[in-house]
Design a protein around this ligand. Structure first.
Ligand code: MG
Length: 172
């Protein structure tokens, strides 16, 4: 990873934090979703996978785009009819999910299944972000977080299959 990419990853992490989502929130959710599939899953391995997802330029770009639109809508800087759709998180809008799909499949198609589950059940931080919609515009944020978690879960599953999880102990 070159310096520019590393820097953009830090910026993406800061932007998420500014909107109330920490790396720990995302990591914990990855752990919660995957622990039933991977015996003795280590939180460090979950964290590594989340970090790898955030190192990808397409993920950073999706984060910058989605969060910008949420914040511009919050500040009243988006024109109608889009402003209202973003403010009420119109279920027929759908571009929030489309943007998030650019993240979902970076580690294979099981990310797609994970994303569908997370989008429907909204566990952990995704639910919290979704509830805050009365005070904030988080139309893009919930889908971005679900997609990052989904991609990290997918990477975790692939690395487990390949025996590459360093901190997950596999006993007899
Ligand atoms: Mg949404």
């Amino acid at each position: 990873m070159d310096n520019a990419e590393n820097n953009l990853k830090k910026v993406a992490v800061d932007w998420l934090k500014r909107r109330g989502v920490t790396l720990e929130d995302i990591t914990y959710l990855v752990y919660e979703v995957q622990k039933k599939y991977i015996t003795n899953l280590s939180i460090i391995d979950c964290r590594d996978c989340v970090e790898s997802v955030l190192e990808k330029r397409e993920v950073q770009n999706a984060v910058f785009t989605g969060i910008s639109l949420d914040e511009l809508a919050e500040k009243g800087l988006i024109s109608e009819p889009l402003a209202d759709m973003l403010k009420i998180d119109d279920s027929l809008y759908g571009i929030d999910e489309i943007l998030a799909l650019s993240i979902v499949n970076i580690y294979g198609s099981i990310g797609f299944t994970n994303f569908g589950y997370l989008d429907k059940v909204k566990p952990g931080i995704i639910g919290k972000v979704n509830e805050k919609k009365t005070e904030k515009v988080n139309t893009f944020l919930d889908d971005l977080v679900a997609a990052i978690v989904a991609a990290a879960c997918s990477r975790l599953a692939h690395r487990e299959r390949d025996g590459l999880l360093k901190n997950t102990y596999h006993g007899e």
